[in-house]
Ligand binder design. Sequence first.
Ligand code: ACO
Length: 320
Amino acid sequence: MNHTPAAGSRIIGLGHYQPERILTNAELSTMVDTSDEWITTRTGIKTRHIGSESDTVSTMAIEAGRAALADAGIDPSEVDQVLVASTSATDRTPYAAGRVAVALGLNGPAPIDINTACSGFEYAVALADQSIRTGSARTSLVIASEKISGLVDWTDRSTCVLIGDGAGAAVIQASDTPEIHPVEWGSVPELVNAVLVDGDPQRFSQEGRSIYRWAISEAEGHARQVVANAGLTLDDIRVLAFHQANLRIVEPIAKALDGEHKWVLKDVVESGNTSAASVPLGLSKAWHRGDLPEGVPALLMGFGGGFAFAGQVVTTPTRR
Ligand code: ACO
């Protein structure tokens, strides 16, 4: 598939999926030695959605992708690239992007799964934008889907209270005006083992304090570089959407970036940490509620396992 290279790309639709089951802090307190007070003060999390057996990374990606296509109002046959970011995908082949392409009746798009853990969505958005700018694609369906509940030890209070399941998606299309700006991405070698999914059965663990220290001291500088990459100033940014790991991380970074004058994503309170899905899931929920400011510059930034980070400025969609 070859197209004329486009000047840029933009987001034309958002969608999401969350499993029905909501797990509250009160219910968790009956499962492990914890309390609503500890979870709320340390993380801000109040609830999270937990997938049933029939919810898989692929099925949740399909539902989020379907919703994003409906929101964009385009014919599914226009999609020529599907990117699925996930760190909890279990299907080797057909893998999630291939399953999404078939389930949504797409017309033989390039299907690509990527895993950069919690920053997966921002990596996928950058790859979609670069594909469109080089003419390798014209319309990309970018999805992040996670079933982290299948990777936690439900007797370990230090991890099971933090996570949630769900998926978020964006349709990205060629545009004469670039609305997805150059990515700032990279990794932190000394933290490569700070987030692990390993063992048999595979289990999620993390060095919570090291990640917290990195986020508080380094994320702000990368976020400022994201804004500079877009040729904008911090005053131009109207929306801040950081990886939803912990409100105690999101709030100080937002404050350092003039967050009191911006719309700040805080979906971690309702959804917990959904790894790669956290930013698109939270943005799509806000968009469909009518809360997300329309057609304004938004700073996205993910960080976590790998230890990778990535961010870019995108323009939020506008209603048709
Ligand atoms: N309920 C009650 N007590 C608990 C719980 C719980 N759920 N979990 C741990 N504790 C206890 C510990 O046992 C410890 O007790 P002790 O002092 O008697 O030993 C005490 O609380 C403090 O434990 P810490 O782990 O040191 O708590 P901390 O204040 O560091 O908070 C947290 C932990 C919330 C994980 C924090 O470090 C954090 O958010 N870090 C950042 C994590 C992150 O951003 N990850 C993102 C990348 S990974 C990903 O997104 C998938």
